[in-house]
Design a protein around this ligand. Structure first.
Ligand SMILES: NC(=O)c1ccc[n+]([C@@H]2O[C@H](COP(=O)([O-])OP(=O)(O)OC[C@H]3O[C@@H](n4cnc5c(N)ncnc54)[C@H](OP(=O)(O)O)[C@@H]3O)[C@@H](O)[C@H]2O)c1
Length: 504
């Protein structure tokens, strides 16, 4: 079937409107798609649905080069013509938005430049034991909800939460709904939680000079957990929120009076193949960026470098690097849209897991949030990084054994055979792997490896958390063991929430 650019444009407008739950006339074809705030799963859904229309799979990276509906539909119409002479190989075909060919070499080191005016130099720093006013980003997110719970319990402070919303009331509703979603809401929003309407991707966090100045004067401490988590978008699309947003946080921290910054980074800063197979400790240098392939991980590397530069200029900071964050170990409540849950559901549905050496790099969100808040309050933590890695991770094989013992009919297949099954099963929209297809099957690295290839144990570093566990020794905080009880708790929640329909 041949479609004109106008046909594709109309199709995209109607599907984006449906995905966002808005009217078609509210979709602006010249607006950058990233500004509609699509998460990875929604972006994948859009790309996958486009495949049904076009008959070939457009690379999600096309969104980078042609960021709005007007330009993307023009390009896709051209692609349709080019695709007519592409042979069907049975594997995902790459379009000219090809993962490798089109990625301009990005020098992350050159990106890691902190505005020279951001300096604690002349500002006053009086360490405060008991902060009265805390500024928090990412408070409408998964980890942010649990950090709020901890800060409410461990401090008496007012929590000023940066929220993307059009009014204070909408901001309050968004904060309330998020806490409720994770089972930590109360009858009404705690009056200590105060929304501050703004946006990480804007200069001065979109607050305007007056409010920025007022916060700079009154805030005692900052927790920066906000970021755009999208595993499809390239660096350029995530830079404003994740990199420039962090720069604005550092600006706020240095202006008028010095405020410590507790920054939520990620173990992804060690994703360069240079670290593969090596043990990396909390205080190890993370100077290598070459070969970090995901735009999201690239932004986390650059953002942490900015925080490090600010620290070298004298700003008190602590850095917290979580691995994949799993659900609450007590209630099982977690983020059902995250990659790990979609993968497990997809593998359960197809009945096969890959027989590979893969350690489950995950820590429950209650451990991560408690550790961040406790460590942030220890004066000796200043200037240090912490690894919130699970001290005793288990292998994927152990997970599969547990899953089978719960009564799920699953088996492990040699990796090549599992990939063949994945290609077959991911072709069905009924399988959650369908929307993850570009992520799972596209070849991202120079060696033509897919994401599952790249995350095999041999290609990853071993993240040591020894110093972090030692730093937590004086507290009652320890990472709950990953055992059948924990998996039972998670599975029960996934079934209860309707995410997993297969009954035990
Ligand atoms: N989840 C993991 O497995 C994991 C692993 C390692 C590190 N981390 C890090 O942990 C932190 C929290 O992750 P999460 O799982 O809680 O993510 P999440 O659930 O996606 O929440 C992200 C938060 O950031 C906010 N945000 C995004 N763009 C923004 C913008 N332009 N302006 C203002 N706020 C913005 C979101 O606000 P909206 O509600 O408005 O979208 C939301 O509150 C992130 O820094 C992430 O990089 C997460």
């Amino acid at each position: 079937m041949s479609y004109s650019a106008a046909d594709i444009q109309a199709w995209m407008v109607s599907h984006l409107a449906e995905l966002l739950g808005v009217e078609t006339d509210e979709v602006d074809i010249h607006e950058n798609l990233e500004n509609y705030g699509l998460d990875s799963a929604q972006a994948m859904t859009l790309v996958s649905k486009l495949e049904e229309l076009l008959g070939f799979q457009p690379s999600p990276l096309l969104l980078w080069h042609y960021p709005n509906i007007a330009s993307l539909s023009e390009r896709l119409a051209e692609e349709l013509v080019e695709q007519s002479d592409v042979q069907d190989t049975g594997i995902v075909k790459q379009t000219s938005g090809n993962a490798i060919a089109d990625i301009p070499t990005l020098d992350l080191q050159a990106e890691a430049v902190l505005d020279p005016t951001i300096h604690p130099g002349g500002a006053v720093y009086t360490p405060v034991d008991k902060p009265k006013k805390i500024f928090l980003t990412g408070s409408t997110g998964f980890l942010g909800a649990f950090i709020i719970r901890e800060l409410l319990e461990q401090t008496d402070a007012e929590l000023y939460c940066l929220v993307r919303a059009s009014s204070l009331q909408e901001g309050k509703n968004k904060l309330y709904k998020n806490l409720e979603q994770y089972g930590i809401g109360q009858d009404e929003l705690n009056p200590r939680i105060i929304p501050v309407i703004g946006d990480l991707s804007q200069p001065m966090l979109g607050l305007g000079a007056e409010l920025f100045q007022a916060l700079a004067t009154n805030i005692d401490t900052i927790y920066h957990s906000g970021a755009l988590l999208n595993y499809v978008y390239p660096y350029s699309a995530l830079k404003a929120a994740n990199v420039l947003g962090t720069q604005e946080i550092l600006r706020l921290a240095c202006q008028i009076k010095v405020k410590p910054v507790h920054y939520v980074s990620s173990v992804a800063v060690f994703e360069s193949p240079v670290y593969a197979g090596k043990v990396v400790k909390e205080d190890d240098d993370f100077s290598h960026w070459e070969g970090i392939f995901l735009g999201y991980s690239q932004t986390k590397w650059v953002a942490e470098k900015l925080v490090k530069i600010a620290s070298d200029r004298g700003l008190p900071v602590t850095i917290h690097r979580p691995p994949l964050i799993a659900g609450d170990s007590q209630t099982g409540i977690g983020n059902t849209h995250d990659f790990i849950n979609l993968m497990v559901k997809g593998c359960l549905q197809m009945g096969y897991f890959p027989d590979v050496e893969y350690m489950l790099d995950m820590s429950p969100v209650d451990y991560v949030s408690k550790a961040i808040v406790y460590l942030s309050m220890q004066p000796e933590s200043i200037g240090k990084a912490f690894h919130l890695q699970h001290p005793n991770p288990v292998s994927l094989k152990v997970l599969v054994d547990w899953v089978s013992s719960f009564g799920y009919p699953v088996q492990m297949l040699p990796y090549d055979e599992w990939q063949a099954e994945l290609i077959k099963n991911a072709a069905s929209p009924d399988n959650p792997l369908y929307t993850l297809r570009p992520f799972l099957l596209e070849r991202w690295s120079e060696e033509q490896l897919t994401i599952p290839d790249l995350y095999l144990q041999a290609r990853r570093p071993k993240i040591s958390c020894e110093a972090t566990v030692k730093a937590l020794a004086g507290s009652s905080i320890s990472c709950p063991p990953i055992d059948s009880k924990l998996f039972m708790t998670y599975t029960a929640y996934l079934i209860e929430s309707g995410f997993l329909s297969i009954a035990l």
